[in-house]
Ligand binder design. Sequence first.
Ligand SMILES: [Zn+2]
Ligand SMILES: [Zn+2]
Length: 387
Amino acid sequence: MTGEIADLLPELVALRRDLHAHPELAFKEHRTAGIVASALRELGLEVHEGLGGTGVVGVLRAGTAGRSVGLRADMDALPILEQGQKPYVSRFPGVHHGCGHDGHTAMLLGAARQLARTRRFNGTVNFIFQPAEEGRGGARVMVQEGLFKRFPCDAVYALHNWPELPAGTAQTRPGAIMAAADRFDIVVRGRGGHAAQPHRTPDAVLAASELVSQLHTITSRRIPPTENAVLSVTRISGGQSHNVLPSAVELTGTVRSFDADVQDTIEAAIRQIAQGVAQATGTAIEVEYVRYYPATVNTPQEAALALRAAEAAGLKASMAPSAAFTSEDFAFMLQARPGAYLWLGQGAGSRREDSPSLHHPSYDFNDEVLPLGISWFVQVASLALAS
Ligand SMILES: [Zn+2]
Ligand SMILES: [Zn+2]
């Protein structure tokens, strides 16, 4: 299969590296979206721009069937200073394609090229290029703006390069594959005062310390051992001097889980613990809890199709043994439509140190897996829309 697309590769590798050198942050993917739209137009696809701000959808039809499938890639980069010596290193200091969305965009454009010239399917393929996957919910915005009403999709598929898996392999699983991501922001308020007179003010520092300890008991003591969840306090700040008790201390953290009931339990426990600590310490504690990405949940039939497509694309495909605690806004598309999300191995085998993780300053997409990702998208379309 990958032999069929060999002639496309030099241009696509060049395109991927050009995107890498010109990364753009969430909802600012103007240059990238322009390149995508004109490439799709050149192929003769019907092109729709501006959905979700910088989102682009290309529509390709073949045959007479009314069936349809959506294939999705994300286009945004991260606010990271890239470390690297490659000729195509980011030209925009502080912006880096540290999650490989340059590779995803190039692979989906490659699939559009291959499907536009072979047209070996019967129905409609919607190529969905979304903005702002990194924490800003570009997929949610596209769905809210009518993505699947304007471009009906019987099912929708996406992949993510996966440095932890060797190149040439792929995994997915039915059910949850990526976690729901929530954040909490807590403000602990005392009155503030002289550090030598602690009896005259509620101590926000002590109350915050108590809170950190107790919050970390939620996943071990409140959640059934059969469920998976993680809570991390990631920032604690307050005070400016060695002899002043601050009037407020702020805490921030993240919660990852796979089940809405578990999410409810954790949020309720955070609020209850905050209330208890406030009462015990005489402080006032405000809790803000935001659920920003739901769990990414594959439907069983589509997960099976994703694995069959991976095998047909020449990948060593297997069932993922467990879900990952990272999150993904493709979750919003999977809340709206059946579908599946695939991990495409791109690491250097067992020598994991050779493969920087996603979001690492020296991460780079592995161009060797470009043909495999293109073939997977092509096979998904062919299997979903077989004549
Ligand atoms: Zn990422
Ligand atoms: Zn990503």
